[in-house]
Ligand binder design. Structure first.
Ligand code: HEC
Length: 99
């Protein structure tokens, strides 16, 4: 069930990535919303909300996933797809969103 959930998300994300590369090439944050939904209490999930987190905390977490210092298979793959500069812009974007 959890596996299916993740597969569904990966499919949705691939669709989002395709659409976003066509329409919103600069919107790096769009794929993140495939998993990190707005802080909706009815959403039964182990995925933490990332909006409103401290900018440095997000950069740090992403670098740790990227360097495999922080354990999470999905986030390790995802963080690998972003450059240092892109991670900075993502962190800046999410830190400014209201949780
Ligand atoms: C396929 C689903 C998925 C996608 C897409 C995804 N994440 Fe995550 N993310 C997770 C999960 C699951 C965790 C919790 C991992 C853990 O327990 O360490 C997580 C954790 C995080 C954390 C740590 C939060 C904390 O409270 O410590 C950050 C930061 C983060 N993600 C940022 C991002 C960003 C930025 C993107 C878009 C580039 C993104 N994630 C896309 C699933 C996803």
């Amino acid at each position: 069930m959890i596996y299916l959930n993740i597969m569904n998300k990966i499919i949705i994300i691939s669709m989002i990535v395709t659409i976003s590369s066509l329409n919103f090439a600069n919107n790096l944050a769009l794929p993140c919303y495939g998993c990190h939904v707005k802080n909706d209490k009815s959403y039964n999930s182990t995925i933490p909300a990332i909006e409103g987190l401290d900018e440095k905390y997000i950069v740090n977490a992403m670098e740790e996933y990227k360097n495999k210092l922080r354990d999470n298979y999905l986030m390790q793959i995802i963080s690998n797809g972003y450059s240092k500069e892109q991670i900075k812009s993502l962190a800046n974007f999410f830190s400014k969103q209201k949780n």
